[in-house]
Design a binder for this molecule. Sequence first.
Ligand code: PNS
Length: 174
Amino acid sequence: MERIAVYPGTFDPVTNGHVDIAERGLKLFDKIIVAILNNPIKECLFTIEERLEMLESSFENYPDITVETFNGLLVDYAASQNCIAILRGMRAVSDFEYEFQMALMNRRLNPAIETVFMMPAESYSYVSSRLVKEVFQLGGRVSDLVPPAVERRLCEEYGDPAEPDCGRDRRRRP
Ligand code: PNS
């Protein structure tokens, strides 16, 4: 039987840290489903379609990684896809409390599904979607921190930082 894990998240946007975790997950699981939570209440920079596109492009060379969206409870989605585990990245102690609560709640909701934490490469231990957006918006370089598709999309949103008058303070959407 195939061992499938779901790797859920907001992915606004996907970073190299996320890619690193999914790659590591393939050492333990036959297949990984990267699942974007479709939560219309949460304010994201990128639409669900944009996030899906960036993730698909980031994982296009990984035949055992698929990208999907989901609504509702994660454990219900995981069970519907025959997943045996939820994969999450753990960067630092600061992640622990949030992850611990989610893992125990998910276990309570469905004890058959385990949560597995993996640590990213040290070089990504400080990388988060929030910081990537902030650094880029303020003119910093993020090319080593995100897949090329994300950097392209950020440039489309804010302008190319290589150009002096790129208008990064203007948002495409209000
Ligand atoms: O990347 P994020 O924002 O840390 O991911 C959080 C996510 C999507 C994994 C979490 O919010 C989630 O699983 N939401 C789905 C709804 C759910 O099952 N809630 C109970 C989890 S304890």
